[in-house]
Design a protein around this ligand. Sequence first.
Ligand code: MF3
Ligand code: CO
Length: 265
Amino acid sequence: MMICKTNEQVEMMRQSALLVSKTLSEVAKTLKPGITTISIDKMIGTFINDHKAVPSFLNYKGYPFNSCISVNDVVVHGFPGKNELEEGDIVSIDIGVILNEWHGDHAYTFAMGDPGNAAKQLIRVTKESLYKGIEKAIVGNYVGDIAYAIQEHTEKKHGYGVVRELVGHGLGKNLHEDPQVPNYGKRGSGKKLKDGLVLAIEPMINLGKKDVYTEDDGWTVRTKDGKPSVHFEHDVCVRKNKADILSDYMPIEAAEKANPNLYSE
Ligand code: MF3
Ligand code: CO
């Protein structure tokens, strides 16, 4: 069942999405080689709590951390730990909050210093594909139109691997609502998009082949070929002529630019 939100509810969800954006921009300020991913996760938990919200991933289906921190060949759902970030790493940070009962859930991929040309292009193209998908998130279109736009730009145009096992989703009072939003598919297929539907659109794109596996911890998803993977996620509200992006990359990109330890376009 797809749950469309009232304008008032969308504004509540914008606050949730923007708290995630704010948290990601705080993270962007502190990233440097040598920092452990568990210390980033702790900071994320504290920042969210300080803003009258709770980290939604913690204990979700038993997930044991505040955030997912996925480095290099880890596609998504990476466990924070004692591992230190290094020059050249690409790091996806995925954060969820519940603020006033409403979920925000979005992600950004950072690069530590110079990750090399192939990874830089992967980051650029994956982010572009997210916006190409968002362009299709308008009333009267289909979920497949979003999916096709992302696959077209990443797989068909650049030869990257589009992960099949994991998808975007509806968002609201639950972290995962209908519909599922794959990053591959046919134009005009799937559910028809309605006004007020809020979607988490999240391309997960591999430099190499599309195949992934889950580690024995039950969560960590890695590429089979060991090549890097990139993940970007926005929360968007379906509207008539133009989707309304509830989350905001501006403060994150500003912090990224200002941090000399990070690569920025
Ligand atoms: N953004 C991801 C998703 O939408 C992360 C959630 S997994 C969790 O599915 F277990 F950590 F919550
Ligand atoms: Co999500």
